[in-house]
Design a protein around this ligand. Structure first.
Ligand SMILES: Nc1ncnc2c1ncn2[C@@H]1O[C@H](COP(=O)(O)OP(=O)(O)O)[C@@H](O)[C@H]1O
Ligand SMILES: [Mg+2]
Length: 276
């Protein structure tokens, strides 16, 4: 029940204005009216507050949708759980080789917007346990968190298997759909290239993916335990040439395995950005 009565003429102590003070009763409480100037100032303050509240709400929505997008990108990236925690910051670069490798991959990340126009990729080659997968996943994580790009990380054999699975009669996807998925990722990281010799058809599929990506200027990273000459033999000269187009880099990892040290930092913290 709402009713209003007059309290008579009052003078505003702030604006020195005479005005009729009205008393409103609402839900058992009394509210006194203000002078016209005070009323105006109050409604201006209310408007500013409402705008701030709205702005904060928008900010929160933007933060939420960015977080959702990052989570979608992370699960779509196929980065193995162990490597979700791998960053440039937690890669130890004690030797000159490690420093060179870290710098090469980190600067590739920094210049990614240029590389995604030229399609320039990287071949990371060298001994097992030297941090090739670590740095490649650090790169993928960085692109997701910083630029909301969609990198895809996949071992070569798994990529081929995923394509071959589409040949089954009950497959949900066609071969072309699966190839397009690998073709269209902002960055495709193919790990463990040449770990076991594939059939000619399998090698052809690998070449086809590299070729398709090259045609669309989409950069590819190849990781292998083979040396440069053997990688070339494995993927073929033409695919290797494709990798070099657009100014691709070759980074070699020729120091001893780090695996013996990993027990110390298996619980590397997930980077702060993920929480923000
Ligand atoms: N320089 C390094 N600093 C920190 N961790 C490293 C380093 N090199 C390798 N590791 C860790 O050692 C393990 C093996 O490295 P990984 O990247 O899988 O090697 P590769 O792919 O070259 O065989 C991973 O847990 C990785 O995070
Ligand atoms: Mg590896």
């Amino acid at each position: 029940m709402f009713n209003q009565t007059s309290n008579g003429i009052k003078t505003c102590s702030i604006h020195k204005l005479d005005y009729e003070e009205m008393v409103s009763k609402l839900a058992g409480r009394e509210f006194l009216s203000l002078c016209p100037e005070c009323t105006k100032e109050q409604s201006e303050r209310d408007a500013v507050e409402a705008k701030l509240r709205l702005e904060k709400q928008f900010q929160e929505q933007r933060r939420q949708s960015k977080e959702n997008q990052i989570n979608r990108l992370l699960s779509g990236s196929l980065i193995p759980p162990r490597y979700l925690t791998r960053t440039f910051a937690n890669y130890r670069a004690d030797s000159e080789g490690q420093q060179r490798a870290l710098k090469a991959i980190e600067s590739y990340a920094e210049d990614f917007t240029t590389h995604e126009k030229s399609g320039a990729g990287i071949v990371m080659a060298g001994k097992p346990g030297t941090g090739k997968t670590h740095l490649a996943c650090a790169l993928a994580n960085d692109l997701i968190f910083r630029l909301q790009k969609n990198p895809v990380f996949i071992p070569a054999s798994k990529m081929i298997r995923k394509i071959r699975e589409t040949y089954r009669r009950d497959s949900e996807h066609t071969e072309q759909q699966m190839i397009n998925l690998f073709r269209d990722a902002d960055l495709l990281i193919i790990d463990e290239v040449g770990i076991q010799r594939g059939t000619e058809a399998e090698e052809h599929l690998l070449f086809e993916i590299i070729n398709e990506r090259n045609a669309y200027f989409n950069p590819t990273i190849l990781i292998s335990n083979l040396n440069a000459a053997d990688i070339k033999t494995y993927i073929g000269e033409r695919a290797m040439d494709r990798m070099r187009e657009g100014g691709g880099k070759f980074v070699s990892f020729d120091w001893d395995s780090y695996r013996g040290n990993v027990a110390k930092d298996t619980d590397l913290p997930i980077r702060d950005k993920r929480e923000s």
